[in-house]
Design a protein around this ligand. Structure first.
Ligand code: P6P
Length: 336
């Protein structure tokens, strides 16, 4: 594969397929540049006075880390002036951030989890930025939260940046998944994988096992069968991984297959799950489907779900197609 830059990749996609409007190309390049800025802060760690709690809580009631706030501010500042966005939404902000009147408004809406996996920041484990791009659907009145409440299948683009042993940007604009690794010497994103494909089968599952007693029966059945190994109904042994950074777990699945599950559990029965639909599940579902995998809430396709509020939560089962379908089948059999 030729080692081309993100810019050359986007220009060639636009030239060959014509499906990346100029504003969308600019948006992706601005987000990619913001991720480089975030990577610099993340990589400083204790040297940069950026670790630890910020002493505040976000809309989710979660303690905010200093890097959560820094990352959020980097993404807001980078995207405000370019004229490609009408508004932004973030896990770290209660309400949407409309582009100020001093800048032109564009055709897109950007949603992001600026730094996913915050519990891993202070212990030097991979974390990441997740982003989702929607089109502004109305042109008359001003932008409001309702304009963001679109199902994931309306996404124009989605991606994440994983800050790990390598800093890697993973992107889809609806024509497959491409991966770009940050060349720190040049400060540029270099294409290192394209047409990424998730194997349809796997022997690796990712779930927080400490919640087992809270799961519903179909999830318990699926995991019990994985744990039973080759002597059990699956006839093969399974391995388990749980990074507690969705970006890291999904990157592993895009790279070598697997199934990731954060299911509903009875600790908070009125909540469908822990993860957020708009800026975690939907972008990851777009990437996973574009790589030949599946993403559901255990029963339905994630990207078909119509959100009723910006910070809506959802159960997530995603990854290798045949495994996700098995979990869906168990829910259907159980009538759950
Ligand atoms: P738990 C990180 O806080 C996150 O939102 C996802 O990135 C991750 O998969 C999950 O929560 C981890 O949750 O309950 O295992 O800490």
């Amino acid at each position: 594969m030729s080692r081309i830059s993100l810019t050359q990749y986007l220009v060639e996609q636009q030239r060959e397929h014509g499906h990346i409007p100029a504003q969308l190309r600019l948006l992706i390049e601005v987000v990619a540049r913001a991720c480089k800025r975030i990577a610099i802060s993340v990589n400083k760690g204790a040297l940069g006075e950026v670790l630890g709690s910020a002493g505040s809580e976000n809309v989710q009631g979660e303690v905010q880390k200093k890097l959560d706030i820094i990352s959020n501010e980097v993404l807001i500042e980078a995207n405000e002036w370019g004229g490609h966005l009408a508004a932004m939404a973030s896990e770290e902000m209660d309400s949407i951030h409309v582009v100020p009147n001093r800048y032109p408004q564009g055709e897109y809406l950007l949603l992001f989890d600026p730094l996913d996996g915050s519990s891993n920041i202070d212990v030097n484990v991979s974390i990441g930025t997740i982003f989702s791009v929607l089109r502004k659907v109305n042109n008359q009145r001003g932008i409001s939260e309702e304009d963001f409440l679109q199902p994931g299948k309306q996404q124009a683009a989605a991606g994440y940046c994983v800050y790990g042993p390598q800093t890697t940007l993973v992107l889809t604009v609806g024509r497959g998944v491409a991966m770009f690794t940050l060349d720190r010497e040049q400060g540029s994103w270099v294409l290192t994988a394209e047409d990424v494909q998730i194997p349809e089968d796997t022997k690796e599952f990712a779930i927080n096992m400490s919640n087992m007693r809270h799961w519903d029966d179909p999830v318990k059945r699926y995991i019990d069968e994985c744990l039973a190994g080759k002597e059990g109904p699956r006839g093969k042994d399974f391995n388990m991984r749980w990074v507690a950074s969705m970006v890291a777990d999904v990157h592993r699945i895009l790279t070598r297959g697997g199934i990731f599950m954060y299911p509903w559990d009875k600790r908070e029965p009125d909540k469908p799950g822990k993860l957020r639909l708009m800026y975690e599940a939907n972008p990851m579902a777009f990437l996973v489907e574009q790589a030949g995998g599946m993403a559901t809430n255990g029963r339905q396709r994630v990207m078909d779900l119509v959100p009723s509020k910006l910070h809506e939560r959802v159960s997530v089962v995603l990854g290798s197609k045949n495994e996700v379908q098995r979990v869906t089948g168990y829910h259907l059999e159980a009538g759950q």
